[in-house]
Design a binder for this molecule. Structure first.
Ligand code: TXA
Ligand code: MG
Length: 321
């Protein structure tokens, strides 16, 4: 890690600028969360609707007191067990927190990321950093500094390098602001793990008709290519049909298909659920680079982070239909 770069980045945050930084999940586009005009720049650069709340990244759980209110014991237990790590908690917000951060909600989303560069930046800066994923709104999240530069280029004051993100999909979001905990977004920390820590059931939010759930927009996480979900046994037949229609086809799957014709681009094998998650967004970007019109995606096994990968693939499929 380049200590001078990180110090320069903390200075950029202090002066109200934008810093893209690595986390273990995906790269974030950060601004001083206490400064509404700095947070507003995030929204401008991302092209993100202003009522969409952002996650505040904290140096440690000790900073919860400044940003949150009415923190239940369950939140302290989860912080103890999972931070630093890919878990975001939605909690009551402190009354002073800018509406730019919360999208005008009475709640705030907070997390302590597990990446040495992110932690160094947060500690040097010493306060909350508002950061959505560092991609344009509705597109695939970046898992390398190069992805950030390709998406946002000169519009960011500084991009910190931190290698490829090790988890590869966005953090699990658990809402602890109501009576009982509820998972709003799947990630590598599974509902089963949360239940184990809390010793109580933690359901996954299933959606309500007519309510645009925060963090659960269906049209999201999409490449330009159309994404089609298929079973492992259907890949070869479906790819063949699409080829006969003259379509450029890419396959994203845990395994390789030796029988597939050479003109079908195989983006995998993606391997285990964890490997699949780590490579997911890079492969969706590559699908666009190779000019694929259709990505045939076979979700990974439903274990560990596999459910989160399947969730992102479903969203990608829904928004590119
Ligand atoms: O892994 C991650 O969480 C990455 C890295 C950079 O930390 N960040 C990320 O941010 O994915 P973003 O903005 O792309 O997604 C944050 C999600 C949004 O979908 C938002 O709706 C939800 O968190 N969120 C933020 N504040 C919330 C709140 N007060 N209540 C409910 N959901 C909230
Ligand atoms: Mg995002």
């Amino acid at each position: 890690m380049d200590a001078e770069e990180v110090a320069a980045a903390a200075e950029v945050l202090r002066s109200g600028g934008l810093v893209a930084f690595p986390t273990e999940t995906v790269y974030g586009l950060g601004a001083a969360a206490a400064r509404p005009e700095a947070v507003a720049r995030i929204f401008a650069v991302k092209g993100r609707p202003a009522d969409h709340p952002v996650i505040v990244h904290l140096p440690s759980a000790r900073h919860l007191e400044r940003w949150t209110a009415d923190v239940p014991e369950a939140a302290h237990q989860l912080a103890e067990a999972c931070w630093p790590g890919p878990l975001t908690m939605v909690l009551g917000r402190a009354s002073w927190v800018p509406a730019a951060v919360t999208g005008g909600r009475p709640t705030i989303a907070v997390r302590v990321p597990a990446h040495p560069v992110a932690l160094e930046l947060l500690e040097l800066f010493g306060d909350g950093v508002a950061a959505p994923s560092a991609n344009r709104f509705g597109r695939v999240s970046p898992t390398t500094a190069a992805h950030v530069r390709a998406d946002l280029g000169d519009e960011v004051d500084l991009v910190l390098e931190g290698g490829p993100s090790q988890v590869g999909v966005e953090s699990t979001i658990v809402d602890l602001s109501g009576g009982r905990p509820e998972v709003l977004r799947l990630g590598s920390i599974t509902p089963a793990r949360l239940e184990e820590v809390l010793g109580a059931p933690v359901p996954v939010w299933q959606g309500q008709r007519g309510v645009a759930a925060p963090g659960t927009l269906v049209a999201h996480y999409a490449p330009h290519a159309r994404v089609e979900l298929v079973g492992a046994a259907e890949v070869v037949a479906r790819a063949t049909v699409l080829r006969q229609q003259g379509r450029q086809v890419a396959v994203l799957a845990p395994d390789r298909y030796p029988d597939l014709a050479g003109e079908v681009v195989q983006l995998g094998p993606m391997g285990s659920s964890a490997d699949y998650a780590r490579g997911l967004y890079e492969r969706l970007r590559r699908a666009d680079e190779v000019g694929a019109e259709v990505v045939l995606a076979v979700p990974p096994p439903d274990e560990g982070v596999g459910a989160a990968v399947a969730d992102r693939l479903r969203r990608a499929a829904a928004s590119t239909r």
